[in-house]
Ligand binder design. Structure first.
Ligand SMILES: [Zn+2]
Length: 464
């Protein structure tokens, strides 16, 4: 079977041909650990997990190396630690642990390696020394900067000229920079910021060199696939490309560059100031967003309904629909299925640049067959497809719907609450205030708080 992937580097779909089929190598930029991961961060985690599963199927699980890093040295981390009055280590450990707990619920496989930037300071210094020796970087005022005019191919990935970049960027006009677009490889640290000894004094790396060094050490000077969110194309990936290519002298850093599209929430860009900022954790724990408890596999399927390169609109309606869809399929599979018996048409769909919408229409067909012609074969085909896509491990369909789970707030039955909220809305429409109050009190005794919105809807949440 031919795998075709869209390559940001060439702006077209290409046939994938690994450098070494016995070791297919992929790097995905991971989180900077200073805060809860938001739902936009979940997209590359889920999308490239599907690719990891597909590559494992095509080349054999032992022939795929997947690296997803953790950025645990960054100025955002330093600032947050100071704000909270905790040590940097405390903050990064806690956040990394939370990240792992959150994404575990999304049904993702563990990458082969998960390097932390702080463990690769040595290779970063080594690369910076090579770049200085080759004339691609210079030391100025305790900093080391990459000279973007030293390589004629700067802009190879984002397809922008230097002039366009300068015009479009909020350029940091530091006096020690030779050119506006030159970027930091190393910067000095004071007593308050974490620092490491280097030939340029005590300092810390810039963000871009971290990924260049970690991918080099785990995957080599050139590897097969480098991926991340589309917001990383410039400057992060462009700068990674410049550093790695100039240090090692190859035409490319990775043969295929893949980028997932943006995620917005209820039609708007997600931002803290708009109040529509949603973390994975809030969705899993019923603290926000329709105030239902969303099972991790529902979030996963909701993400895969849209092709990874398209923008995605994350809405409560999408999650409600996805939940009943997934619960139906799981109930229809009757506990059959093995992820190693994945139907070939599903592999075919995914091999066309991870066409998950097409994979999902195949699931629809398999679900229909399992219901209209109940047979072990049909149950098995549906169950195997669900398991291969990471949408089902051992959950029961009622768990997906939100009941049957133990502990804490999970004891709330969202379907019952929804129906009580609907009855109360009816009562209010009929101006039956007594009944409306009675239902509100009944909900309160269940530990549910409700809020009537200006647009006539009512939302509810579990009181913590
Ligand atoms: Zn990166």
């Amino acid at each position: 079977m031919t795998l075709r992937l869209y390559n940001t580097l060439t702006r077209r779909k290409e046939e994938f041909s690994p450098i070494d089929p016995a070791n297919v190598r992929m790097y995905v930029c991971g989180p900077t650990v200073y805060d809860y991961a938001h739902i936009g961060n979940a997209r590359p985690v889920i999308v490239f997990d599907v690719l990891f599963r597909l590559l494992r199927h095509l080349y054999g699980p032992e022939h795929v190396t997947y690296v997803r890093n953790i950025t645990d040295v960054d100025d955002k981390i330093n600032a947050r630690a100071k704000e909270e009055g905790v040590s940097i280590r405390e903050l990064t450990e806690r956040t990394a642990k939370q990240f792992h707990a959150d994404i575990a619920a999304l049904g993702v496989l563990t990458p082969t390696h998960e390097p932390r930037a702080t463990e690769f300071i040595g290779p970063m210094i080594e690369m910076i020394e090579i770049l200085i020796a080759k004339g691609n970087a210079y030391v100025a005022d305790g900093h080391v900067l990459f000279d973007v005019t030293s390589t004629k191919d700067y802009g190879q990935l984002s397809k922008r000229s230097l002039d366009e970049m300068v015009a479009g960027a909020r350029v940091d006009v530091a006096p020690y920079k030779r050119g506006d677009m030159d970027f930091v490889l190393w910067k000095p640290s004071d007593a308050e910021t974490p620092g490491w000894d280097s030939p340029w004094g005590c300092g810390r790396p810039g963000w871009h060199i971290e990924c260049s060094a970690m991918s080099w050490k785990h995957l080599g000077e050139v590897f097969d696939i480098h991926a991340g969110g589309i917001d990383l194309v410039f400057p992060h990936h462009e700068n990674e490309v410049a550093q790695t290519r100039c240090a090692f002298g190859h035409k490319v850093m990775a043969n295929i560059w893949m980028h997932n599209g943006f995620l917005q929430v209820e039609g708007q860009k997600m931002s803290k100031s708009l109040g529509n900022f949603v973390t994975i954790n809030e969705l899993l724990e019923a603290r926000k967003f329709g105030s239902n408890m969303w099972h991790g596999k529902v979030l996963r399927l909701a993400m895969l309904l849209t092709h990874y390169r398209q923008p995605i609109d994350w809405t409560v309606d999408r999650l409600v629909e996805t939940r009943s869809l997934l619960a139906d399929w799981i109930a229809s599979a009757k506990n059959q299925g093995d992820p190693n018996r994945v139907p070939s048409k599903l592999v075919e769909a995914l091999s066309d640049d991870l066409n998950t919408p097409s994979a999902i229409s195949i699931l629809h067909g398999l679900g229909k067959s399992a219901r209209s012609e109940p047979s072990v074969e049909n149950f098995d085909a549906l169950g195997s497809a669900l398991k291969f896509l990471g949408l089902w491990e051992s959950e029961k369909s009622d768990k997906i719907m939100g009941y049957g789970v133990e502990s804490g707030t999970d004891q709330v039955d969202p379907v019952l609450v929804d129906s009580l909220v609907a009855s109360r809305l009816e009562a209010r429409k009929a101006k039956d205030w007594k009944e409306s109050d009675r239902i509100r009190d009944e909900l309160a005794t269940m530990g549910i708080a409700i809020r009537d919105n200006k647009d006539g809807t009512t939302t509810w949440e579990v009181k913590l």
